[in-house]
Design a protein around this ligand. Structure first.
Ligand SMILES: Nc1ncnc2c1ncn2[C@@H]1O[C@H](COP(=O)(O)OP(=O)(O)OP(=O)(O)O)[C@@H](O)[C@H]1O
Length: 224
């Protein structure tokens, strides 16, 4: 396996529960993600996409196999940003405060923090909403704020779990535009799990999950 990979999954498996109730969410699957990669992980509901993404993020431990982050230093798992299907903004904080919250928790001080938050909000086109509360913005805008919250951490690897799943087609396209532009600007790799054909068609690399098994494929030409 290449050592410049941001994440390497080597024969990983993840089982939930035990005995007769055990569910094998991911069977022995191997893959690696390098700088600049733009990968869609497609597959039906329940095929193990989210579990694989969580394994890549270090949010789940594999029951078999290993997940390593060769190009990230030991504390570098912080270089991984995760966007979930639901934005989960804090209701009583405004957009700017929500986007900056992980940096506050990490102890990043101003003016650096404010600069990073402003850059992230601008990258996803919600800088004009900075003083709005979550209840004052649309679902698509809230999801862009959730992306900004991750971008403000300047990740080298951005993992997005069905980020357009709750959005209509137009809002989903705008979110994807923002994700692509922002990861390019930051030089971050992007991995997106999705059912959405229009998302799949815009990423160079398409992997598929089926009943917990990952199939990786070569890069292809993006249609738009
Ligand atoms: N924490 C958990 N406890 C028990 N079973 C789980 C858990 N997480 C996932 N599973 C099971 O593992 C399997 C894979 O789930 P996963 O969420 O990874 O699939 P998915 O492809 O992301 O599905 P969707 O597209 O619907 O989000 C499913 O059968 C699911 O019920």
């Amino acid at each position: 396996m290449s050592t410049d990979a941001l994440v390497v999954c080597d024969d990983v498996a993840r089982t939930f529960g035990s005995g007769a109730a055990a569910v094998v969410a991911v069977h022995g699957s191997s893959c690696s993600v390098h700088s600049g990669a733009r990968i869609a992980i497609a597959g039906p509901s329940g095929s193990g996409k989210s579990t694989l993404l969580h394994l890549m993020a270090g949010l789940e431990r594999p029951t078999r196999g290993t997940v390593t982050w060769p190009a990230l230093d030991p504390a570098g798992i912080r270089d991984i940003g995760v966007v979930f299907q639901s934005p989960s903004l804090v209701p009583n904080l405004d957009v700017r405060e929500n986007a900056g919250l992980p940096l506050v928790i990490a102890g990043v001080e101003d003016p650096g923090r404010a600069e990073r938050v402003s850059e992230a909000l601008a990258l996803v086109g919600v800088d004009d909403l900075a003083t709005k509360l979550p209840e004052e913005i649309s679902g698509g805008q809230a999801q862009r704020v959730a992306v900004a919250r991750v971008l403000a951490q300047r990740p080298r690897l951005l993992l997005a779990d069905e980020p357009t799943g709750q959005l209509d087609r137009a809002a989903g396209q705008r979110l994807l535009d923002a994700l692509l532009a922002a990861t390019e600007h930051l030089g971050a790799a992007l991995v997106v799990t999705t059912h959405d054909r229009t998302v799949i068609d815009r990423l160079e690399t398409r992997w598929t999950m089926h009943e917990g098994r990952l199939r990786t494929t070569a890069d292809r030409t993006v249609t738009s």
